[in-house]
Write a protein that binds this ligand. Structure first.
Ligand code: RFL
Ligand code: PHB
Length: 391
């Protein structure tokens, strides 16, 4: 097979890129190692930044999101027995918080790409890159019992943190920045109506908790836990009791219901610099990871491929290589700001078992400052709803 841009991975980065290139008249083929049902059923992110929502709508892919998504004017911060509403809409000139599950975005993007006649090859194995430092790279892979090859002009590595793309950049050509946090999240999906009109980020002496939603019938909640803990240690009763304490508020009750999905995830920050080697460009989780407290990962993945699609368009339409040459530097400026914000939200809201009483009081002072200072609140709001994408 031959195409202009070979994309590895049908996550948010790969799918948005394929759509953006299609709109620019550039051909792309996606190679994905899982099956369609599996990628459409994996539970991950929930919050979309305002410009991600706007992009979905501009691409004509937003109908279901506008019908089924949840639109909030801000979020609630809870600590020290108080709840405070942060009015992002008022603070940012109208930008809102949209909750629409990542796997619903994936379903909408896969369906539209296939309806447009696009090619997504599912269940590929043994992806290998050839000729990355020349002008005619190719991707060797297996599907079923056949060996295949995709020849292309460029390769976009959108294969997530564990995919092969980042590792294809020779170690001597990249630096990696890494931080692992000493806590994780236990996430659940439960059949229950919403308990509150917006997200609650709660800092509690027993640890962080986050209340989110998915639909009028299904709620998404998280509690901070030991990242090495075994999910078998968490009975439904224990989960509800812990959440009851961490969200506890006079005159308010957490609505419980049957839990039908639960898992524990660790938290890390990670950046690979540069995000390019020859004709290979990496994007999204393949290049960087943020802890989920700032709700940035999916949005960052989409921002990277907006920059990449503009650069590829300049190359094909105008013969310009400068935007491609600047791809990594352009993305990383924004990536580091999202890394900072996600680290800040994470350290401010979680209970770090290794921190000193002094550090603990500093985090509480930070929260107190954020909910009472319009300047601090505005800074948090503009980061949460999403920083602009630079050229
Ligand atoms: P993905 O989504 O991991 O997609 C990569 C795709 O590549 C495929 N792949 C391969 N394909 C071919 N060959 C190989 N060898 C391959 N290896 C892998 C994979 O099967 C997959 O389909 O990366 P992408 O596109 O960069 O997207 C990143 C986002 O998925 C991620 O950052 C977010 O889920 C992070 N995140 C959140 N982000 C937000 O913006 N807002 C949120 O509210 C939010 N909440 C979250 C989150 C992540 C969470 N978890 C589970 C880590 C909440 C949670 C709990
Ligand atoms: C979610 O709804 O899954 C969610 C919401 C906010 C976050 C992370 C995840 O910060």
């Amino acid at each position: 097979m031959r195409t202009q841009v070979g994309i590895i991975g049908a996550g948010p980065a790969g799918l948005f890129l394929a759509h953006l290139l299609h709109r620019a008249g550039i051909e792309a083929v996606i190679l994905e190692n899982r099956g369609r049902e599996e990628i459409e059923g994996t539970i991950r992110a929930g919050v979309l930044e305002q410009w991600t929502v706007d992009l979905m709508n501009q691409m004509g892919l937003g109908q279901r999101m506008m019908r089924e998504g949840h639109f909030h004017s801000g979020v609630t911060f809870q600590f020290g027995g108080e709840r405070h509403h942060l009015d992002f809409e008022g603070l940012t000139g109208g930008k809102r918080v949209t909750v629409y599950a990542q796997h619903e975005v994936i379903k909408d993007l896969v369906a539209a790409r296939l309806a447009d006649g696009g090619t997504i090859v599912f269940s590929v194995r043994d992806v290998q890159f050839r000729g990355l430092d020349g002008t005619a790279p190719s991707i060797a892979y297996r599907v079923g019992d056949r060996d295949e090859r995709l020849d292309c002009d460029f390769i976009a590595g959108c294969d997530g943190f564990h995919g092969p793309s980042r590792k294809a950049i020779p170690a001597a050509h990249r630096a990696e920045y890494d931080k692992t946090y000493p806590f994780g999240w236990l996430g659940i999906l439960a059949e229950a109506p919403p308990s509150w009109h917006e997200l609650i980020y709660s800092r509690h002496e027993r640890g962080f908790a986050l209340l989110s939603t998915r639909s009028p019938e299904i709620q998404r909640l998280y509690v901070q836990c030991d990242p090495e803990d075994d999910i078998a240690n968490w009975s439904d009763d224990r989960i509800w009791s812990e959440m009851g304490m961490r969200f506890g508020f006079p005159g308010w009750r957490l609505i419980e219901g049957p839990i039908f999905q639960k898992s524990i995830l660790g938290m890390r920050s990670f950046v690979c610099d540069p995000m390019q080697f020859g004709r290979l460009f990496i994007a999204g989780d393949a290049a960087h990871i943020v802890p989920p407290t700032g709700a940035k990962g999916l949005n960052l993945a989409v921002a990277d491929v907006v920059v990449l699609s503009r650069a590829l368009e300049a190359w094909y339409r105008l013969g310009r290589a400068d935007l491609l040459d600047r791809y990594s530097a352009t993305c990383l400026r924004r990536v580091w700001k999202a890394e900072r914000f996600s680290w800040y939200m994470t350290t401010m809201l979680h209970l770090d078992p290794g921190e000193t009483p002094f550090e603990r009081r500093i985090h509480i002072a930070d929260l107190d400052y954020v909910v009472h200072s319009r300047a601090a609140m505005t800074a948090l709001a503009e980061n949460y709803v999403g920083l602009p994408i630079e050229e």
